[in-house]
Structures are given as structure tokens and as C-alpha cells.
Design a protein around this ligand. Structure first.
Ligand code: FES
Length: 164
């Protein structure tokens, strides 16, 4: 089962710019405010849109290039909306030693997505992380907000099927 990868631009959300400005203003006095603000935007609005970057640059008196550079440097920040369910596979050492690399390859082949990509039906986004703190039960995979341990390719197929 292979799906096309989405490359569509995010749809503008009414009121988004105002909310981004409010989130930034509420944190602008923090020491090193940009990263906490970006986390707040992503947590509340799902991703950091290109238009958000200009708002943040304005509030923080930074250049658009400076804000864009931070957003693109840190892999934590999404620049497009995630799919309905995010599937995150641990790629840290303990999980890698028990099959996480092969599991990731299986997930990528099954979904047609690389890490950070979303299926064309917008149902699944595939992500990687470096340790859930579930190392004794690797390979660890989070589907939505539920963490699963000792995930085999067969079990992953079932989890992906449920998520779709
Ligand atoms: S190394 Fe995968 S959960 Fe810790």
C-alpha cells in the first residue's frame, strides 16, 4: 500500500496572524523568546506557517531570514499541517539495536512517506524522534498520543491500518 506524498501549501486560517501575534507578545520578554514562541505556535496551531514567520519577525524585531533560519534548522518545527494521525518511530540507539532502522524502512515503504511527510489522503504523517524514554521496550513507536513498545513490522502494519 503506497500513497503519494503531499506537497500542498497550507490553507490560510482566518485569525491566525492575530493569534500568532498574541502568542508572541505573551512571551516576547522571555530570555531567548523565539524558540518558546515557536513551540507555542506549533502546539496551538499545529505548525509554523510561512506567514507566521513574518509576524514573529515583526514582534521580535528580527529579520524574516533570522526567524526562517531557526524554523528550518530545528526539525521539531513543522511548516505544513500534519496528517490526522502522526506516527513517530524512535531512531535512537537502544531502539536501533533491536530493529528500529528496518522498522522505519518498512514504514516508509508502506506509507510512501519519508520522515516529516504526510500521505496524500492526509491521514498519516511519519516522524522520527530520538528516545521516548521507553528504551527497554524498543523499537518504540508512538501513534497519535499512544506509545507502543516492541513494535514489529507486522504490528506496525496493524497500527497503521487502525490509524487510517
Ligand atoms: S532509544 Fe527508543 S525509546 Fe529510548
Amino acid at each position: 500500500m503506497t500513497s503519494e506524498v503531499v506537497a500542498a501549501a497550507p490553507v490560510p486560517v482566518p485569525g491566525r496572524a492575530q493569534r500568532v501575534r498574541e502568542l508572541a507578545l505573551a512571551r516576547q520578554d522571555l530570555r531567548g523568546p523565539l524558540i518558546p514562541i515557536l513551540h507555542a505556535v506549533q502546539e496551538e496551531l499545529g505548525y509554523v506557517a510561512p506567514a507566521d514567520v513574518a509576524v514573529l519577525a515583526d514582534v521580535l524585531n528580527l529579520s524574516v531570514a533570522e526567524v526562517h533560519g531557526v524554523v528550518t534548522f530545528y526539525k521539531d518545527f513543522r511548516r505544513t499541517p500534519a496528517g490526522r494521525t502522526t506516527v513517530t518511530i524512535c531512531q535512537a540507539e537502544a531502539c536501533r539495536s533491536v530493529g528500529a532502522v528496518a522498522l522505519a524502512a518498512h514504514a516508509q515503504a508502506t506509507t510512501g512517506c519519508g520522515f516529516g511527510e504526510t500521505t496524500a489522503d492526509n491521514r498519516l504523517t511519519l516522524e522520527q524522534t530520538y528516545c521516548f524514554g521507553n528504551c527497554a521496550l524498543g523499537p518504540a513507536v508512538q501513534v497519535g498520543d499512544k506509545l507502543h513498545g516492541r513494535v514489529t513490522p507486522t504490528r506496525l502494519d496493524a497500527l497503521l491500518g487502525d490509524a487510517r
